[in-house]
Design a protein around this ligand. Structure first.
Ligand SMILES: NC(=O)C1=CN([C@@H]2O[C@H](COP(=O)(O)OP(=O)(O)OC[C@H]3O[C@@H](n4cnc5c(N)ncnc54)[C@H](O)[C@@H]3O)[C@@H](O)[C@H]2O)[C@H](O)CC1
Ligand SMILES: [K+]
Length: 496
C-alpha cells in the first residue's frame, strides 16, 4: 500500500470526481459514511458526542458524520470554530443539511467544557492545514487534549502537517485516527505517536487506477506484499535448498544475543546454520541450540579472528560482539571476505561508526539494522523525524545499503530511494534481544536465496507479526525476545 502526500490525495480526489463520476459532496458523503460505519461498530448511542469542526472540508466531514449519528439516535453537540465568513462549498452544504443546532466557538467566546462528553470527534483540520494552529484553534485543541475524553480524529489529528514535521506545534492528541484511502507520512513518524493514537485507513473508493499510476517513494509493508515475496517450499526440497548461514555473534556476558539470533534463524527456515562465537560461549550455545553448528574463536571472551566464510550463502554479524579492538579485525575481515550482501547489526554498526574506513568495505545491498542510537552514530543528529528519514534515504542511496531503521513502523530504505514502513510490531518489543532476533530472521531468509530487498521486508514484517502474536498470548509488559522466537513458526504459518 502506497503512502500519498496531501497533494497526491487531492489529485486522486479530483480525478475520482471527474472520472467515476461522483460529485464532490457525494465523495464527502462517502467519507462520512465510512467514519460513521466504523463508529457504529465501536460506540453505542449512550455516549454523548461533541463534534468540533473547522470550516474546510474536514469540518464538512464532521458535519455529515454528525447528521448520520443524530439520525441513528446518537446525542451529538456540534461546534464550529470561527465561522466568520463562509466555509468551503461542501462545508456549507452540510451545514444546511445539519438537523441539529450548532454552536460557534469564537475568538471572544468561551470554549465548551469537554469533560461532559464521552467522545470528541476532531474535524477541525485535515490535509488542508497550511500553518500551525494558533489563537482559538490552538486553545480549542488544548481544551480537547486537557480533557480526559477519548478523541476520534477524522483523516488527521488537527494541527498535524501530513507531509512535514509538526514538532513544537499545537496538535490534537487523538485516541484513534481514521484516515481516508491511504496513509499519510505523518502517521508513520514516531514523533507523532502521541497525536495520532492508533490509526486506521478507511476506503472511500478513490480511483484505484489513478492510485496505481502515481509514483510514491513511500509504501507500507503489508501481509499481501510479504505473501508475494516469500517463495513456497517444495516437497522435493532438502536442507541444502535452504542455504547455509553464518552468524558472527556474542562476547562474554552477551552469549544470549548469539543464542537468540541462532534460534531465530533456525525458526525462519534456514537449512544449515553455523554460529561463530568466542570460546567460552561454546557449551552454552551447543546446549541451548543443538540444531546449530558452532565454530569458536581462539579468544575466550570476545571475537578476534574470523571463520571461513567460503560456502556461506549469507553472513550476519553484530549481535552482542562488543567493541574490543580485536573485534574490529573480525569485522574488517568478514567485510573483506564476504563477496555478497551481509546483515550488519548492533556493535558491528557501532564499530563501523567508530572506524569509518570500514564503510567502504560493506558489500552493496547489505542490510544494516540500526536502532535510532546506532543510526545517530552513523549519520549524526537530526532535528525531527522527517529529517531523520531524509538521512536514512541518503545513506541508502550513497552507500547502496538497505537500511532497516528500527522502531514503531520500522522503516526500510533501499538504494533506489524507496522506503517501506512496517505495519506489525508493538511497544512490548522494545525489550532486550529483539534486535538479535531480527538479525537471525533476516540472515536466515537471505541465506535461503531470497533477494536482500525482499529478505529485509519479509524479515521485518514477520518479526513484528511474531511479536504481535506473542502479545496476544500474553501482554506487552511481559513480552521478552524469546517469545518472539517462539511465535515465529506461527507468524510464518500465515504465509504457507
Ligand atoms: N481527500 C479526499 O479524498 C477527501 C477529503 N475530504 C476531507 O477534506 C479534507 C481536506 O479539506 P480542505 O478543505 O482541503 O482542508 P481542511 O479542512 O483540512 O482545512 C482547510 C481550511 O482551513 C484553513 N486553514 C489551514 N490551516 C489553518 C490554520 N492553521 N488556522 C486557521 N485556518 C487554517 C484553510 O485555509 C482552509 O480553509 C481532508 O482532510 C478530508 O477530511 C473529503 O471530505 C472526502 C474526500
Ligand atoms: K481532523
Amino acid at each position: 500500500m502506497k503512502v500519498f502526500t496531501a497533494e497526491q490525495i487531492r489529485e486522486a480526489d479530483a480525478h475520482t470526481i471527474r472520472n467515476e463520476p461522483v460529485t464532490s459532496i457525494g465523495l464527502m458523503e462517502r467519507a462520512a459514511r465510512a467514519i460513521f460505519q466504523w463508529m457504529v461498530n465501536c460506540y453505542d448511542p449512550s455516549k454523548r458526542i461533541a463534534v468540533v469542526c473547522g470550516t474546510g472540508n474536514n469540518g464538512g466531514d464532521g458535519l455529515a458524520v454528525s447528521r448520520m449519528l443524530h439520525e441513528h439516535g446518537y446525542r451529538v453537540d456540534v461546534y464550529v470554530i470561527n465561522r466568520k465568513t463562509t466555509g468551503s462549498d461542501d462545508f456549507e452544504t452540510n451545514l444546511n443539511r445539519l438537523p441539529v443546532p450548532w454552536k460557534q466557538i469564537s475568538e471572544s467566546g468561551e470554549i465548551p467544557s469537554f469533560e461532559q462528553y464521552g467522545l470528541i470527534i476532531d474535524a477541525i483540520f485535515g490535509t488542508g492545514l497550511s500553518r500551525a494552529a494558533e489563537g482559538i484553534y490552538a486553545e480549542s485543541i488544548r481544551a480537547m487534549n486537557d480533557s480526559s475524553v477519548e478523541i476520534l480524529a477524522i483523516d488527521l489529528p488537527s494541527g498535524l502537517f501530513p507531509d512535514a514535521s509538526s514538532a513544537g506545534m499545537k496538535v490534537v492528541h487523538a485516541t484513534v485516527t481514521l484516515t481516508f484511502q491511504l496513509p499519510k507520512l505523518a502517521l508513520l513518524m514516531p514523533e507523532n505517536g502521541r497525536c495520532t493514537g492508533e490509526w486506521e485507513v478507511l476506503d472511500i473508493g478513490l480511483d484505484q487506477d489513478f492510485i496505481s499510476s502515481q509514483h510514491s517513494p513511500f509504501s507500507l509493508i503489508t501481509a499481501g506484499l510479504v505473501d508475494q515475496l516469500i517463495p513456497a517450499r517444495s516437497k522435493f526440497d532438502h536442507k541444502g535448498n535452504y542455504g547455509h548461514g553464518i552468524i558472527i555473534a556474542g562476547s562474554h556476558g552477551k552469549i544470549g544475543a548469539a543464542v537468540l539470533a541462532a534460534r531465530a534463524a533456525l525458526r525462519s527456515g534456514i537449512g544449515l546454520l553455523t554460529m561463530y562465537i568466542p570460546r567460552d560461549g561454546y557449551p552454552i550455545l551447543q546446549s541451548a541450540v543443538p540444531e546449530a553448528m558452532v565454530i569458536t574463536d581462539e579468544n575466550e571472551h570476545y571475537l578476534s579472528g574470523i571463520p571461513d566464510l567460503e560456502g556461506a550463502s549469507a553472513v550476519g554479524i553484530g549481535p552482542g560482539i562488543g567493541r574490543q579492538a580485536e573485534t574490529v579485525y573480525t569485522l574488517e575481515e568478514a567485510l573483506r571476505n564476504s563477496n555478497k550482501p551481509m546483515v550488519l547489526d548492533a556493535d558491528a554498526l557501532n564499530l563501523l561508526a567508530e572506524h569509518p574506513h570500514l564503510k567502504d568495505l560493506v558489500p552493496e545491498n547489505s542490510i544494516l539494522t540500526p536502532h535510532p542510537g546506532e543510526f545517530r552514530r552513523l549519520v549524526g543528529e537530526w532535528n525531527n523525524d522527517f529529517e531523520r528519514l531524509d538521512k536514512q534515504r541518503s545513506l541508502s542511496r550513497e552507500r547502496k545499503w538497505i537500511v532497516v531503521l528500527k522502531g514503531s513502523h520500522t522503516s526500510v530504505s533501499f538504494p533506489d530511494g524507496q522506503v517501506f514502513f512496517n505495519t506489525t510490531g508493538n511497544p512490548g518489543m522494545a525489550t532486550a534481544g529483539c534486535g538479535d532476533v531480527l538479525t537471525g530472521v533476516i540472515t536466515s531468509i537471505l541465506a535461503q536465496g531470497i533477494k536482500p530487498t525482499a529478505a529485509a521486508l519479509c524479515g521485518v514484517y514477520i518479526h513484528g507479526y511474531a511479536g504481535d502474536l506473542a502479545r496476544e498470548a500474553g501482554s506487552e509488559a511481559g513480552l521478552i525476545a524469546g517469545d518472539v522466537v517462539r511465535y515465529l513458526p506461527h507468524a510464518f504459518a500465515a504465509f504457507e
